[in-house]
Design a protein around this ligand. Structure first.
Ligand SMILES: Nc1ncnc2c1ncn2[C@@H]1O[C@H](COP(=O)(O)OP(=O)(O)OP(=O)(O)O)[C@@H](O)[C@H]1O
Length: 299
């Protein structure tokens, strides 16, 4: 069995601000296979950026397990963390100003990433930069500075810079957040192509519904926990058309806990406790009779 690219188990991150504790992650589970491309979605404040910060080695979890490409992020400190950020992960942020140095052109931005990290052998750097710019479709604007590029081109260059050190994992926080619909679709398509051809494991935090066309798995976070997943498969029908099928799953943690979808809970007015029964091939979840009676017309 191959080791997972990302393995989070019972991940907890508590922030304390002015004496108040905020549980941003409350026992999050996430397992991503090497080479997979996964979208991470969830309401504002559900913990997505907190998770990316931990996976990127920018923040430290409070408890639990987080292992990325064999590196344990819970125990990792100082020098090792710096090396991890340089070698193992690449980051693409929503704001292009965070991704690129404004006074360098696209090619020089990649060269700078090479120089700072010192990961790729000198003799390979120029060829790798040219290959990345070509793969990302921005070879023709390699000598332009960020302010001379369109928003879509800037994000393509940002992806090339994030890949400069050939990371095992690419983390992207709302990479299409500032782009129009058509440009977003192009950037997501190029990310899919990079993922497939270069085999880099990719995790994208996004609110962009178009991402579903480009990933086979979407993980939903609710209140600091992974609550549901959508798995998609693609097949070709009898007329040769591409047909995408999506199936929804609830996430079960190692202790057997799961979150019921909010709409299921409200549809049957479930609260406090439910009745479970094991059937030969499924589990039945029913409202608590006593609670239902309390709410009935006779009270
Ligand atoms: N440095 C911090 N100090 C205190 N609380 C924080 C800090 N960072 C995040 N939080 C809190 O943790 C929770 C999760 O925040 P996070 O930014 O991870 O959510 P998110 O899902 O990325 O939201 P959005 O989609 O709006 O970016 C929120 O309640 C947020 O206010």
């Amino acid at each position: 069995m191959t080791a997972l690219a990302i393995d989070c188990d019972g991940l907890v991150r508590i922030f304390t601000a002015q004496g108040v504790e905020v549980q941003a992650l409350q026992g999050l589970e996430l397992r991503v296979q090497p080479g997979e491309m996964v979208a991470l979605v969830g309401a504002s404040g559900s913990g997505k950026s907190t998770l990316l910060g931990i996976l990127g080695g920018l923040d430290q979890p409070t408890a639990g397990r987080a292992v990325v490409a064999g590196h344990d992020l819970v125990t990792m400190r100082g020098r090792e963390k710096l090396e991890y950020r340089r070698r193992t992960v690449g980051f693409v942020w929503q704001q292009s100003a965070q991704n690129l140095l404004p006074y360098l052109d696209a090619r020089e931005n990649i060269a700078m990433a090479h120089t700072v990290a010192g990961v790729v052998a000198r003799h390979r750097r120029a060829a790798l930069a040219a290959e990345l710019l070509d793969h990302l479709g921005v070879a023709d604007v390699a000598d332009r500075r960020p302010d001379q590029l369109s928003g879509g081109q800037r994000q393509r260059v940002a992806i090339a810079v994030a890949l400069a050190n050939e990371p095992a994992v690419l983390l992207a926080d709302e990479p299409t957040g500032e782009l129009d619909e058509a440009t977003s679709a192009e950037v997501l398509a190029v990310m899919e192509s990079v993922n497939k051809q270069r085999g880099v494991t990719t995790l994208i935090v996004t609110h962009d519904p178009a991402v579903s066309e480009h990933v086979d798995r979407t993980v939903r976070i609710r209140d600091g926990r992974t609550s549901a997943e959508t798995l998609r498969t693609t097949r070709t029908d009898a007329e040769g058309r591409r047909v995408r099928t999506a199936e929804e799953y609830a996430v079960l943690d190692r202790a057997g806990r799961m979150q019921l979808p909010a709409e299921f809970v409200s549809a049957l007015s479930l609260r406090e406790r439910v009745r479970l029964s094991l059937e030969p091939d499924h589990i039945m979840v029913r409202p608590d009779k006593a609670a239902a009676k309390d709410e009935g017309p006779e009270g």
